[in-house]
Design a protein around this ligand. Sequence first.
Ligand SMILES: CC(C)(COP(=O)(O)OP(=O)(O)OC[C@H]1O[C@@H](n2cnc3c(N)ncnc32)[C@H](O)[C@@H]1OP(=O)(O)O)[C@@H](O)C(=O)NCCC(=O)NCCS
Length: 265
Amino acid sequence: LKIDLISHGDIPHLTHLQPEGWMPIQPYYEFYTQSHFCNPIKCTVDGKIVGIGCSIVHGDTGWLGHIIVDQGFRQQGIGTAITGTLMDFLMKRRRLKSMLLVSTPMGESLYRNLGFQKESEYVFFKGGITPPAAEGHIKDFSPAYRKVGLELDVYASCEDRRKLLEPHWENACFIEAKGELCGFFMPTLGEGFILATTSHSGLELMRKKHCGGRFGVLPAANQIAIEYLQDHGFAEYRRGIRMVKGQRLQWHPKMIYGRIGGNLG
Ligand SMILES: CC(C)(COP(=O)(O)OP(=O)(O)OC[C@H]1O[C@@H](n2cnc3c(N)ncnc32)[C@H](O)[C@@H]1OP(=O)(O)O)[C@@H](O)C(=O)NCCC(=O)NCCS
């Protein structure tokens, strides 16, 4: 098997790998090829791209994402070879405490065979609509939010994702209580990232996100957010399995009112 880095010129040749029901993969690979903390790879057979995947490094944690094998080439070990290459890259080049990924049911046994263990689940919802957020509560970006917002993210994720979040602060919106930041919503990051320290602020930001009917993916641990979507007509349509190899992170999934994506949790 021939495995190489993906370059910008490969992006138009990934269309046939798009899995049904996933957000379009090409913009993600565009981002991966442009970001120095990402390592996108391809597996080619007779010059055709038959499998892809990417590793993403945040300080001492690493993620594997968008591992996809062409339907006609599955069950031949290509998915395992791509995942193994990405894992080697993370282990050799960086000292990591944990490797993480969100698996589909299809990928779970492959990742188990490579030493990943199930940690928790994400639940996908669609089909409903919420009322809009109350006027006046939600504020636009101001520079002071960047530092404290990042601190909230470090606490919630137990990762240092500053490089990932950096381009999105100015498009984000924020909620304060008693002069303290208690939540933010980044509509341009992945599926629409929402983090909040109180359920009141989390649900307010969810109204901002879902009043137009946008789908949402929540950690299974955030029952308050899940019940809120269910009460507004959303129904579960899929689950993702969060898996880890190495140290389990002391993250806080109850603070997540909208995850970033399958590639980043
Ligand atoms: C998940 C996915 C990447 C797996 O790719 P793949 O190339 O089929 O993976 P592998 O061939 O390495 O392994 C798949 C199975 O085939 C088996 N296999 C590997 N080589 C084989 C061979 N030569 N003959 C028979 N079976 C083989 C593996 O043991 C594994 O079995 P298991 O599922 O019982 O553990 C692929 O199904 C896919 O692209 N799915 C859609 C996207 C997706 O769900 N991605 C995962 C999300 S991160």
